[in-house]
Write a protein that binds this ligand. Structure first.
Ligand code: RRO
Length: 313
């Protein structure tokens, strides 16, 4: 049997498989992270963290149905020190990404500074797109001036590979503006997309919302958001510098979905809702499905078709 190569690299970080978890999905506690370390995911990313532990929003705060999920978790996490020290006495062989989500410029700078002192952290994913915090304020990813100022400050001292978790964008003006900013900084990757903000899901029997926080409004993930994830991956593939990798995230439930993300330009993919639904065995299943799909297409590596999406003429 010919070997199908689904390994990939982001900056100089090598992933044996291009499939990993999405931040927020079963990656908050020691047990969850140890499970991921043992799994066949190509890398691991943590739940977005803040400087101090947060309990998050009141429950119920997560709900899933056939086509997707809605959440308003409110950034529950164990605090950055837990994620930094958790790795200290553990032998591990795969890349470890730390997701950070400070609630102010000062906090973000502190989180970047702290993580720079830990050689076990391979890369940072700056979460600029949490839909459930300060819902009366703009999501950072939609505040272009603030992003520019924050990145300016971070790159005055940061030495780690940095990526940005972006919210979904829906018009060319936004795609162009954010791309122009990101292209000015030595970032290694973007991850797109975070959940689509301010959705609502209704329990028809109870005639009620299904999550408690924020009057039932929350971020939408899962199958239903795939067309928007793919469009964002593909737009950024054409607009960003070629040395900026794209991690596709949104709507992945099968090997075919991963193929589509890579065809749009993704270098790796993250799985959130379906990982929560299916558990840790998902990484073996997706890997097998992707390898079979690639083989049937007569390709031998993800690089044979990455970014080759054809457009109807
Ligand atoms: O914790 C959350 O409410 C949350 C975060 Br930080 C995020 O980035 N995306 C999301 O859907 N939920």
């Amino acid at each position: 049997m010919d070997k199908i190569d689904i390994s990939t690299s982001i900056s100089n970080i090598k992933l044996s498989s291009c499939i990993m978890n999405a931040s927020g999905a079963l990656c908050s506690t020691e047990i969850e992270l140890l499970n991921l370390l043992k799994s066949s995911s190509g890398a691991i990313i943590t739940k977005s963290c803040t400087n101090i532990l947060r309990k998050g929003n009141l429950e119920p705060r997560y709900f899933e149905w056939k086509l997707g999920s809605i959440n308003s978790m409110g950034l529950p996490n164990l605090g950055i020190d837990f994620y930094l020290y958790f790795l200290e006495n553990i032998e591990f062989k795969k890349p470890f990404f730390l997701s950070i989500s400070g609630l102010s410029t000062e906090e973000n700078l502190l989180l970047v500074e702290k993580s720079n002192a830990f050689s076990n952290i391979d890369a940072l994913e700056l979460n600029f797109s949490c839909p459930n915090i300060n819902t009366n304020k703009k999501i950072l990813g939609y505040n272009f001036n603030e992003i520019s100022n924050l990145l300016e400050k971070i790159f005055e001292f940061n030495k780690k590979p940095v990526g940005i978790k972006l919210p979904p964008y829906f018009n060319d003006d936004h795609f162009n503006k954010i791309s122009n900013i990101l292209n000015k900084f030595p970032i290694s990757f973007v991850t797109c997309i975070n959940s689509i903000p301010n959705g609502i899901f209704i329990d028809i029997n109870k005639e009620s919302t299904v999550i408690r926080p924020n009057n039932g409004f929350g971020g939408i993930g899962g199958k239903i958001i795939k067309p928007f994830a793919l469009s964002n991956v593909n737009k950024f593939y054409s607009l960003l510098r070629k040395d900026i990798s794209i991690i596709g995230c949104g709507g992945i439930t099968s090997g075919k979905d991963i193929f589509e993300h890579i065809l749009c330009g993704a270098t790796a993919v993250q799985v959130g809702t379906q990982f929560i639904k299916e558990g840790i065995k998902i990484f073996d299943r997706l890997k097998n499905e992707l390898v079979s799909f690639i083989k049937n297409k007569d390709y031998s590596s993800i690089n044979n078709f990455k970014g080759n999406l054809k457009k109807v003429k």
